[in-house]
Design a protein around this ligand. Sequence first.
Ligand code: 8ID
Ligand code: ZN
Length: 354
Amino acid sequence: TIPQVQTAAIIPEKGSSIVVKHDHPVKTQADLAPGECLVKLHCTGVCHTDLHAALGDWPLKANIPLIGGHEGVGDIVAIGSHTPNSPVKVGDRVGIKWLADSCLDCEQCRKGREQTCAHAKLSGFNVDGTFAQYAVSYVRHVTPIPEGFDSNEAASILCAGVTVYRALKYSQTNPGDWVVLPGAGGGLGHLAVQYAKYIGLRVIAIDTGEEKKKLCLKLGADVWIDFKESKDIVADINAATDGLGAHSAIVTAASSSGYQQAIEYLRPGGTLMAVGLPGEATLNASIFFTVFKSISILGSYVGNRQDAKEAVDIAARGGVKCHFILKQLDDLADVYEGLTKGTISGRVVLDMRS
Ligand code: 8ID
Ligand code: ZN
């Protein structure tokens, strides 16, 4: 039976701290519109994007007051009446990603760029997300979770995993190529290290601190650079790549400093994948060398339903493994503090079952 009230973490106003309420109403089956489903969450990852949404430090603002969160895994407990052709049913275990829904009928959706649909519903940003025991999502966009794949392991694949998997897919690299990963010790970055190794790339991991160094090297990074200790990041990368530079950089650092020098350390024909989302910064790239070296600069924004399925399938088969610590919803404010200070290696996943 579905309770009438639940525990949920709410952002009451922009920049204010999270309020955990224990009497937040749960939608009933009758409240659900066609196409909507109610998911009883097992757990949810915490992404740095949730912190941007709460702080309001992006040019796009979240629909506050709001429940954040977009890396949820749980069971479908209800589906709206008159839902046509649902690909999922009550009892299915599914993931909720950032892109909660899209129209599937515009030019962007038809081209497979569902994430840039003008009618996109974004979990934890313009619709309530997964920092709650129950979340409303959308049958067409939830991601089925394969049997035997642990929910806690699966959660962060729904945003961090999908995002870096797609960025790698479009990075114009081939097996054996060098990829630089600024932000490698964070939530997105530590999964990027693993997906990159999975597709046969050589990895230069950049981040800071002993713990993130250990994690990156354990996950298979070939080279480690501490951005706070290195005297010359371009020289370090050149030294690691026979003086030729890297084929691609996938920047998942949450600050603009992670983007600096990428044009310099990429070899001719190289590709810069912009993923990390500092709100105000601009990309400072030499026009001359971007042209002279035939550099591609591409923005990469989460992924579509197919990217989600592929990223989840690789993780379900053990190809990548999220490194996480399990916490409770009540710890969310502390987790945000850790993300601000950069003290979290890998991910934090919140247990919603206890
Ligand atoms: O679709 C997208 N493009 C997408 C999807 C999901 C998240 C983008 N994001 C964005 C988030 O909004 C955030 O801005 O990617 C960024 C990273 O998210 P995250 O991985 O969840 O954040 P994190 O766990 O805090 O990791 C960031 C890492 O960057 C390092 C930090 O030490 C941390 O480990 N870092 C920083 I800050 N500056 C760096 C630098 N100059 C750096 N690493 C290397 N060089
Ligand atoms: Zn995210």
